[in-house]
Ligand binder design. Structure first.
Ligand SMILES: C[S@@+](CC[C@H](N)C(=O)[O-])C[C@H]1O[C@@H](n2cnc3c(N)ncnc32)[C@H](O)[C@@H]1O
Length: 271
């Protein structure tokens, strides 16, 4: 059994706060509507984090629907149970890299997996397969993730750009997948799901004045991943500390443009 501390690249004491802050309800609702989340459905929020997305999904299915949020982190599941309480909303600690406890959680009309597969460059196909076994007949598996993650900034000085590319390469060794989004279609195709459809929207679209939420989110991303891959900064003048402050200065500048494509993919089992 995995422990959250060993296995999740972004694990740190502020991860719950980062997830709560960066989750934009309007975007979640838009994505969930595209996934077909609606009144009366039974939905699995796989890798639910602190439960904020699960509550938003529940608001779209309740009061006659149901949402089950599952996550490996005991701390985030405890937070979810304390902060998001509704009759049809429940949370379980569960490791997505193994078979799901179907006798405990049941089967689902919609399985929603957002910003989770990117942490499993190697295991994603088997995780998706395990999840598909929890679909009710005709149920939809909905995969939502980022592509070319953290790599789209202009006008980053060449030395910083090269170091950032090296950092993202190093995260691949840690099982992270900066190119997760482009692979989602093939996962569903390989499972033989029906009526597969795709959509694309901007996740980060950052220009002009930097918001506090983006500043916090990106500082955390860099601090946590940078600490796990410190050797990458060996050739950068001043090492990680200088890179971090140079990136902060670049990112705070209103001329900077940063974006990340979010890819959504859904397919259903036979009815
Ligand atoms: C970036 S968060 C995504 C949270 C939420 N889905 C969202 O859209 O904001 C990734 C979540 O995956 C969870 N996770 C990582 N490894 C896991 C595993 N093996 N089994 C279940 N959850 C896992 C982490 O604990 C974390 O809460």
């Amino acid at each position: 059994m995995l422990s959250d501390v060993d296995s999740y690249l972004m694990e740190n004491e502020d991860e719950g706060t980062r997830l709560e802050l960066k989750t934009d309800p309007e975007n979640v609702r838009k994505q969930a509507a595209w996934c077909g989340v609606g009144p009366g459905l039974r939905v699995l929020d796989a890798g639910c984090g602190t439960g904020k997305t699960s509550q938003l999904l529940y608001d779209m299915v309740g009061p006659h629907g149901e949402v089950v949020g599952i996550d490996l982190s005991e701390k985030r599941i405890a937070h979810a149970r304390e902060h998001y309480r509704s009759r049809g909303l429940s949370f379980e600690v569960c490791d997505l890299t193994g078979p799901l406890p179907l006798s405990q959680i049941g089967t689902f009309d919609v399985i929603w997996v957002r910003f989770v597969l990117e942490y499993f460059r190697r295991e994603s196909p088997s995780i998706v397969k395990n999840l598909s076994e929890a679909l009710s007949p005709g149920g939809y598996l909905c995969l939502i993730d980022l592509d070319h993650n953290c790599l789209n900034h202009y006008d980053l000085p060449p030395e910083m750009e090269a170091t950032l590319v090296k950092l993202m390469k190093a995260t691949e060794e840690l099982d992270f997948d900066p190119y997760c989004g482009r692979k989602l279609y093939s996962y569903l195709y390989d499972l033989g799901l029906h009526d597969i459809s795709m959509d694309l929207m901007a996740h980060h679209l950052i220009y002009g004045k930097l918001t506090d939420v983006d500043a916090f989110n990106w500082a955390k991303k860099l601090l946590v991943t940078g600490k796990r891959a410190e050797s990458v900064f060996g050739q950068y003048p001043g090492g990680f500390k200088s890179f971090f402050s140079d990136f902060q200065a670049f990112f705070a500048g209103p001329r900077r443009f940063t974006y990340t494509p979010l890819i959504m993919c859904k397919g259903r089992t036979a009815s």
